[in-house]
Design a protein around this ligand. Structure first.
Ligand SMILES: [Mg+2]
Length: 123
């Protein structure tokens, strides 16, 4: 399913329930943090290798997290009248400029505080 189709489907989902005018951005944002917390609970305080093993065993939980969180994000996109597909495209284009592959392959990440590199301000 394309992102724009998913966004429209969620709009129809809300309209069918009379929820299209209920503005609850704060609660939707808090709901995302709840989903993050649920997912984090699966893997907290273990090293990366153990995290991988846990997620291999609990792939359904990972799928639930992705589905629930995307649903909430697309509801937020509808409430704020943002084209989610365009927003993602804009973000990817920005990241392409900020984090060129030839530099990222050497440094592994873009966190300047940890010795990485990020062309955020076009320097
Ligand atoms: Mg959930």
């Amino acid at each position: 399913m394309e992102i724009s189709d998913a966004q429209n489907k969620i709009k129809e989902f809300d309209e069918a329930r009379g929820w299209e005018s209920s503005w609850n951005l704060k609660d939707l944002l808090l709901n995302i943090t709840e989903e993050v917390g649920e997912f984090w609970n699966l893997i907290k305080w273990v090293d990366e290798e153990k995290q991988r093993r846990i997620i291999e065993e609990k792939k359904d939980d990972a799928s639930d997290f992705i589905g629930d969180t995307l649903f909430l994000l697309l509801k937020i996109a509808n409430q704020t009248k943002v084209d989610a597909s365009q927003a993602l495209q804009d973000t990817l284009e920005e990241y392409e400029k900020r984090m060129p592959p030839e530099i990222m392959k050497k440094l592994k990440h873009a966190n300047k505080n940890a010795g990485g590199w990020d062309n955020k301000n076009g320097s």
